[in-house]
Design a protein around this ligand. Sequence first.
Ligand SMILES: NC(=O)c1ccc[n+]([C@@H]2O[C@H](COP(=O)([O-])OP(=O)(O)OC[C@H]3O[C@@H](n4cnc5c(N)ncnc54)[C@H](OP(=O)(O)O)[C@@H]3O)[C@@H](O)[C@H]2O)c1
Length: 322
Amino acid sequence: MRVFLAGHTGMVGSAVLRRLISDGGNDIITATRAELDLRDQTAVKAFIKVRRPDLIILAAAKVGGILANHKMPAAFIHDNLMIADNVIHAAHDADVQRIIQLGSSCIYPRDTPQPIAESALLTGPLEPTNEPYAIAKIAAIKLCEGYNRQYGRDYRSLMPTNLYGPGDNFHPQHAHVLPNLLDRFHRAAQSGDENVTIWGSGTPQREFLHVDDLADAIMFLSALPTTQYEAATSPMCSHLNVGTGKEISIMDLATMIARITGFQGQILTDTSKPDGTPRKRLDISALTALGWSARTGLRDGLSQTYAWYREQRAAGHRLRAS
Ligand SMILES: NC(=O)c1ccc[n+]([C@@H]2O[C@H](COP(=O)([O-])OP(=O)(O)OC[C@H]3O[C@@H](n4cnc5c(N)ncnc54)[C@H](OP(=O)(O)O)[C@@H]3O)[C@@H](O)[C@H]2O)c1
């Protein structure tokens, strides 16, 4: 298969690239942002027309935490709308029959019953802090549905839960909770600090998926015949959740990370800081019924990620911090 992997330098894209290489047998097409800015409609159209992939895996997006979303709402909606529209429309134009494109659990309403089923989409107001990003991601799902319904395309959307693993962002302000804790506990362990304070009460429950498991789900779903995928979804709800179905409290996560990093001190909470939503677990029954489930346990995944983090630091590599 000729596979165009868009966003191959990112956390998800590099996991998919590792997987495609280890599977072998595929003709893998990639382009850096300098070679192909996916916001450039003319360039994207020409690139896809010339390369003619059989499958596009769209892992490129403008991604960031609360602060970045707050500072750059225009960029978050504009870039993500352009990337999705350019790639999906150009794929259709070049007669590319299958796309796997990635969204995120932030597409769902802020206050929604748990676990969150795919059908919860557009049933209530979104979390305001990342609404522009979520709107662009919802538009991408609807673009796929439009081309599927109007032209019989097979454009699929996957909504992963919180991800972690090699290639994550460890920025002190911009990182997601798991890499942020890993970095902070590592530093505290190295300098023998007596305590580490975590934001909020530590009681919120979260779900975490190792990025290599997401790559596995992407490969599993990209090989699934159209009829089977369609039977698991519906024309008006063509996206699938990808998660582990397991939750952990932030305090338990912090305790696990403290052990892995060798931190011996106390874990304190700062209840003046917001907790966020108390639970956020995806309903993964549709994907489970198709026969896929995540393989990496959280403890093993964290140990592996921590080993990668230490290797990068030891080798003097700059950890991503955008
Ligand atoms: N990270 C998570 O926890 C998480 C959770 C759920 C879903 N997802 C979804 O997974 C997807 C990938 O996320 P990620 O965490 O892998 O993001 P990431 O690490 O920031 O990678 C994003 C990729 O997109 C590329 N890109 C961004 N803008 C581009 C443009 N204008 N033209 C060309 N390439 C561009 C980046 O290239 P550069 O290297 O040049 O910047 C990079 O390769 C996103 O759709 C996200 O919503 C992520």
